[in-house]
Design a protein around this ligand. Structure first.
Ligand code: 5GP
Length: 197
């Protein structure tokens, strides 16, 4: 893959508020960001739209992309729920002269950091506690009890990977977390690649 702009990864347990942070950053025109739309094998939830929130596809199509080597990274995030970043997606955004922002799971986030160490800023968003996470997921009312429990179980494992990220933002106060995220991203974007180690 030809290299282009910067890569900004936001990873966190489901329900930690990273999507809210990513949406906020996308509104900041000065950051010149474009959202990396992932491929997903799950069904759309609520108001989600194909080609906007995800490229929704069935498992068969997803596996065909794996076989073709089309993914920069992919993961079976939950059983039978595959998610992945298509190489063509990053190329599409870089071709527009923009920086790519990812809202992906911790394993995928760290993989991107490993593939593009200089270009990537990897940020982990930490919920105040696992109990708070449970409350947020329940309030979202988009998943069944079983799915919520599956996400909570995974959250503890994901929390343990936080030290491997470049920065950790604790999302206990949203306004503060948004400002911190803005500052981190602006700083990363303003650096030339030769300055970064
Ligand atoms: P959700 O089903 O809540 O939209 O997403 C479930 C999890 O999959 C989240 O942690 C989300 O960040 C992650 N995810 C979304 N897209 C990707 C991707 O392209 N790659 C990886 N590895 N994880 C992803």
């Amino acid at each position: 893959m030809d290299k282009g702009g910067k890569l900004i990864v936001f990873s966190a347990p489901s329900g930690s508020g990273k999507t809210t942070i990513v949406r906020h950053l996308l509104k900041q025109a000065a950051l010149n960001l474009e959202f990396s739309i992932s491929a997903a094998s799950r069904a759309p939830r609520g108001e989600e739209k194909d080609g906007v929130d995800y490229y929704f596809m069935d498992i068969k199509e997803f596996k065909r992309h794996i076989k073709n080597g089309d993914f920069l990274e992919w993961e079976e995030v939950y059983r039978d729920n595959f998610y992945g970043t298509l190489k063509s997606e990053v190329e599409r955004i870089w071709a527009q002269g923009k920086n790519v922002i990812f809202d992906i799971d911790v394993v995928g986030g760290l993989r991107i950091k490993k593939k593009f160490p200089k270009e990537t800023l990897a940020v982990f968003v930490k919920p105040p506690s696992v109990d708070e996470l449970k409350i947020r997921l329940k309030n979202r009312k988009t998943e069944s009890e079983e799915k919520i429990n599956m996400r909570i179980a995974k959250a503890s494992i994901e929390m343990a990977t936080a030290p491997q990220f470049d920065f950790i933002i604790v999302n206990d106060e949203l306004e503060k977390a948004l400002k911190e995220a803005e500052k981190l991203v602006a700083n990363h974007i303003s650096k030339s690649l030769s300055e970064e180690e």
